[in-house]
Each structure stands twice: as C-alpha cells, then as structure tokens.
Write a new protein. Structure first.
Length: 450
C-alpha cells in the first residue's frame, strides 16, 4: 500500500471515530448560556448571589468534615484524605456556572475514593459513598437539575448509578452499602429540580409569547388602519382622475379654435389619465379584497357635513353628545374632510366603549388655514364592559395615521376630572400638508419599522 493509501485509510478511520468522540464530548460542552450562574436573571443582587453563598456554605462545611471522616473513621492516609476532600467539595463552587463539568470532577473523585476505601477500615462504615460525599453529590444534582436538559440528567443518573452498582457487587466485609440510597436520592433530586426548571422555562416562554403577541397585534392594527386609509384616499384620488379624464376628452368639443397640436395634447392627457385610473382601480381591487373573494364597501366617503347625523345617531344609542360646528366652513380638501369625520367617529366610539354615560362635546372650527377638531368627554357614569377594558387599539392608531396623512397634529390624553380629550389640527393648504406629511414620514419611518 502506498503512503497516500495509508494516509487515506487513516483519515477514514479518524472520520469514523470523530462523530463518536463528538457525541461523547457533547455532554461536556456547555450550552450557550451555561457560563451564566444560576439565578442570573433574578431582579435583586442578593438573589443573584444566593447560589454562590449556598455553594460556599456547603464547601466550608463539607471540606473539613470530609477530610476528618476519611482520615479518622476510614483510617485513610492524610494526603489522600485531604486530596479527596478538596476534589469532592470545592468543585461545588464551579457547579453554580458549569454543573456538568463539576460533576465530572466530583464523580471521578468519588470513584477514586471508593476504590481507595476498598482496602481501608470499612467495618460498620458506609461504602462506597461516605455520608459527606452523598450530601455533596445531592447538592451537585440540584445544580444539574436546574441547568441541564432532561437527556443529560438521565445520562448522569445512569452513569452514577452504574458506578455504584459496580462497586456494590463486591462490598468489603462488614461494610454498609449506600449505592442504592444514592441512586434513589439522586433520582428524586434530579426529578424535582428538573421539574422546577421546566416550569420556569414554560413560564418564560409564555411571557415571551405574550410580548410577541402584543407587538404583533399593534403592528397588525397599524397595518389595518393604513390599508383602510389607503382605500379611502384611493377613492378621493380616483374621483379627481376621473374628472381629469372627462375634461381632457371633452375639451376639443367644448373649446373652439384648437389646433391639431393642442388637440393631440388633450388626447395625451386623457390617455395618461385613463391609464393611471385603470392602474388605480386594479390597486383598489387588491386593497378592498379581504382575502376571501369579497370586496369591500363602495359607499361614498363621508365628510364634515355628516357629523350632525353621526352625533344624532350617538345620542339615540344612549350616549349624550353635543356638536358645535362653524357655519361658514370653506370647501375642505377631500382628505381633510374625510379625516375630520373619521377622527370624530373614532373618538365617539371610544367614548361609548370606555366612558359609557359620559357627555361628549365635539367642536369643529376653522381659521382659514387649519381645521381644528376637538372631542372632549367627562368621566364614565356607567359600568364599562370587561370586554372593552383593553380595546383593540385601532382608535388612536387610526387617528394618528389620518393626521399624519394630512400633515397635521394630534393631541390626546386624559383630563384631571377623569375624562379624555382628542384635539386634531388639520391644514387646509394641500401643498403645505403634502410637504409636512412627507417630512413627517421621513422623520418617523425608522421608528415605524422597528
């Protein structure tokens, strides 16, 4: 066989052995958070230091006891007694952060100690595990149960029990076997602490899921409101595009003396408008679809002129409300007109849900440049349904999105008397509103994404 063939064969054997060694060493590899001590997520410092204090207390108590028992009771040499005492107790401090590695050290020390005690004075003594070793091993099992997986715990229990059974088959004369006691006690300790760990993990997972659900619900609410606003805005824009198409198509018939270049320009305008209108109608079909093949509403969009009907309907439902509307309102931009109506509608809906019986006062004024909408209600005088305590979050989110659309400002908040106030200021200048809305989107886009 050539040298290259020998090398290839050796590499093949290494590749076959490597997975086995990896699986064997997997138990010794700590998980991603294994370097963190027990109770590292506790809110108080003394709780986070508690595992170190407990482990240090056991080490301080067990170390001298172990050395004394091995040297005096079992008549083990002083050097061996001291070495075994340190190896069986001091690694308990390591168990706070790496319990599996601590188990390897303590288990090896216990096995070595059992082998050395086989020839020592074990008459009427516990063997193969002395009482101090059993206590330290149980403390170690508690640390393992609070950190490691169920598979690892079962493996540790089986290996420890197998070592005890192996020593217990041929006990020294006159000794008292303790391997069955250790098997039972370690099994109970691992079961209890493992159950505590699994329960804590389940509670943590539920808390994380609740947080994710709240974030997803808020995001879904925002997207639903934006889609709703997009549909309504589309209706407004589509109306103006239809007017442009009709005017461009009828211009050659309404206006006389037009040359061919002017007629061609009107035809180009009409063609572009019709193409844009077709694209917008296709988009509207997507926006209005609810995913089940059903299309959304096709009713005309309401405005400020229908606020009186909205207030009257609210009063008929048993909710006191009063409207103060400026009589000389100018022609409002469609987006402002619709947004003002929707803001009042959402505010009254919130009053009905969260403040039943409270009087709602609606004020709509205009100073020539801005339309101001104010909805104020007092504290609830009736009982709020439990289903309405949390709400869906659509109300205020929808108001903010509509005000953002028009480039205005919104102020909401509770009042000292227990009521609530909603105040929106919407600009009437389309150019200023568009500029303000564009700037607002540029400033707030990163926050919305996050």
């Amino acid at each position: 066989m050539t040298r290259g063939g020998v090398t290839a064969a050796y590499a093949g054997r290494v590749m076959k052995i490597s997975p086995l060694s990896d699986r064997a060493l997997a138990l010794l590899r700590p998980p991603a958070d294994a370097t963190r001590p027990l109770f590292w997520q506790a809110p108080r410092r003394r709780q986070r230091w508690a595992p170190y204090v407990v482990a240090g207390g056991f080490v301080a108590a067990l170390l001298p006891i172990t050395i004394t028992v091995l040297a005096d009771d079992y008549r083990l040499a002083g050097g061996w007694a001291g070495a075994l005492g340190v190896a069986q107790t001091v690694p308990l401090l390591l168990a706070v952060t790496r319990p599996l590695q601590a188990w390897v050290i303590i288990f090896a020390a216990d096995v070595l100690g059992a082998a050395l005690l086989y020839g020592a004075d074990t008459a009427s003594r516990s063997w193969p595990w002395p009482p101090p070793a059993i206590v330290g091993f149980l403390v170690l099992m508690a640390c393992l149960g609070l950190r490691e997986s169920t598979r690892t715990l079962v493996t540790v229990w089986l290996v420890s029990g197998a070592a005890g059974v192996a020593f217990g088959v041929f006990p020294p004369a006159g000794s008292s076997s303790t391997y069955l006691l250790l098997i039972v006690l370690t099994g109970v300790m691992l079961t209890v602490t493992g159950a505590v760990r699994r329960r804590e993990e389940a509670e943590r997972a539920l808390a994380e899921q609740a947080t994710i659900s709240v974030a997803e619900r808020a995001r879904r609410t925002l997207l639903e409101e934006r889609a709703r606003i997009a549909r309504e805005l589309h209706d407004v824009v589509a109306h103006h595009m239809s007017v442009i198409t009709v005017q461009a198509d009828s211009a050659p018939y309404r206006l006389t003396g037009l040359d061919e270049a002017t007629r061609g320009e009107f035809e180009s305008i009409a063609s572009s408008a019709r193409e844009s209108l077709s694209e917008m109608r296709r988009l509207l079909a997507v926006l209005r679809s609810d995913g089940s093949g059903q299309e959304g509403e096709r009713t005309p969009q309401p405005g400020v002129d229908r606020l009186q009907q909205l207030v009257e309907a609210t009063v008929r439902s048993g909710q006191p409300a009063a409207l103060s509307l400026t009589s000389d309102l100018p022609a409002l931009p469609p987006a402002v007109d619709l947004s003002a109506y929707r803001i009042v509608q959402e505010a009254l809906a919130n009053v009905v849900r969260h403040a039943p019986g409270a009087t709602a006062r609606i004020s709509v004024t205009c100073d020539g440049r801005h339309l101001t909408v104010v909805v104020v209600n007092g504290p609830a005088t009736g009982r709020t349904s439990a289903l309405e305590d949390s709400g869906t979050g659509h109300g205020l989110v929808g108001m903010r999105e509509r005000v953002r659309l028009t480039g205005g400002s919104l102020d909401t908040g509770p009042l000292p008397d227990g009521g609530f106030r909603v105040a929106a200021r919407l600009p009437l200048d389309p150019d200023a509103a568009s500029s303000t809305a564009t700037q607002f989107h540029a400033n707030s886009a990163p926050k919305d994404v996050s």
